[in-house]
Design a protein around this ligand. Structure first.
Ligand SMILES: [Zn+2]
Length: 388
């Protein structure tokens, strides 16, 4: 007998519960209701559920739910992980209610249908169908908060340092193609402050714009160095990239420019560490401006995501390739994968959504992706956790 609501009812319920996360507090919401609903379903399926408040706030939580396997099996088995939050939405762009799961044109529409509330009902459905199977190794479902904003949920799990399992599937939108690596990214704002004066006499001011010109040249030299030093031909763009994306400064031709601001991003390959790269960036800028009398301020526009790489020899990649009949490759977006890999799990990114409809009005999931997804997840649970 079924212990949880039907697939479509589960999916509709998750979509109906707003759980926007955003670095702008005006748009940021709690994910607690999503976590509670998931805990209820998994509890009914026999899981031991732990709700983990983040930074002591009951409004932002992770769920860690475990089924099967004894104490000695702590580091084995399969983790199925997903984030419970969505990005903010632009109500004007939607043709349907973003919080009502709507079936239309062979698709499910709603906020989070692709990225990635679908993953939990798929897991629940797979478990319902496998209710007769005895799992000798644990299945652990992890549901995180704040993936779309600060990654505070994944960070809290890493800091808690609990054994979760051996292998991990993160159901981010990959169109059911397994992915074992992605680049990392940092986005920085660099503000240079000089002071203004009449352009007829340079000694009256100190030009932030000329200082920025030196910084731009130094950053381009650094980019050349990074691209010489780091290469990975598994990526379509096989080198780290550094984009000088936006610049603003000054106000008129006859005034010395007092303020100049640059926005840039740096996308790094696996093997390049986020914090040391940031420190190197700050050092290059500071060294370039040393002795100029110009002041500089740095702002990270978000925490950054780290690069991820799982070996293609890993069992999780090999089995993912087998059950999907697809070759694993790289993705162009960041995930919580690096946190799980750091905890010693071997992680694959594999989910039914399409990334090109995520983070957009009228986000959808193709209905014909559901059955293959349930099949894939069932086969993975069987392979990694069932008694042989
Ligand atoms: Zn996502």
């Amino acid at each position: 007998m079924r212990k949880t609501p039907e697939f479509e009812d589960c999916f509709a319920e998750l979509i109906s519960l707003p759980s926007v996360s955003c670095v702008n507090p005006e748009h940021d919401q709690s994910n607690r209701r999503v976590i509670d609903v998931l805990a209820n379903w998994l509890d009914a399926l026999g899981f031991a559920c732990e709700i983990m408040p983040i930074n002591d706030s009951p409004e932002k939580c992770n769920l860690i739910a475990r089924l099967g396997g004894g104490q000695t099996e702590q580091n084995s088995g399969l983790v199925l992980s997903g984030h419970t939050d969505t990005v903010p939405y632009d109500a004007n762009g939607w043709n349907t209610d973003p919080f009502k799961l709507t079936k239309k044109n062979e698709n499910y529409y709603g906020l989070g249908t692709a990225d990635m509330k679908n993953f939990f009902p798929i897991i629940v459905e797979a478990l319902e169908r496998l209710s007769d199977v005895k799992f000798s190794k644990p299945i652990t479902v992890v549901a995180t908060a704040d993936e779309e904003s600060t990654m505070s949920g994944a960070r809290a799990i890493q800091q808690a340092n609990k054994p979760l399992g051996r292998y991990c599937i993160i159901g981010e939108p990959t169109g059911l193609i397994p992915r074992h690596m992605h680049k990392g990214i940092i986005i920085e704002k660099i503000h240079i402050q000089g002071y203004s004066g009449h352009s007829s006499d340079p000694s009256l001011g100190n030009s932030a714009l000329e200082g920025m010109n030196d910084v731009l040249n130094a950053l381009r030299r650094w980019r050349d160095e990074l691209q010489t030093e780091f290469q990975n031909d598994k990526f379509k763009i096989p080198v780290p990239t550094l984009n000088l994306g936006s610049i603003q400064g000054g106000d008129s031709a006859n005034r010395i420019c007092a303020n100049c601001e640059l926005l840039m991003d740096l996308r790094m390959l696996p093997g390049m560490e986020l914090e040391p790269l940031k420190q190197k960036l700050y050092r290059i800028v500071n060294d370039t401006l040393a002795g100029s009398g110009l002041k500089v301020e740095f702002n990270s526009l978000f925490n950054g995501t780290r690069p991820m790489q799982t070996s293609t020899d890993s069992e999780i990649i090999k089995i993912s390739e087998k059950v999907t009949q697809q070759i694993s490759s790289s993705v162009a977006f960041g995930t919580e994968g690096p946190f799980f890999n750091d905890m010693g799990l071997e992680t694959v990114i594999l989910g039914p959504g399409d990334i090109h409809v995520a983070h957009q009005p009228n986000e959808y999931l193709q209905i014909n992706r559901i059955e293959p997804s349930i099949n894939i997840i069932s086969k993975m649970m069987n392979h990694f956790c069932a008694s042989k």
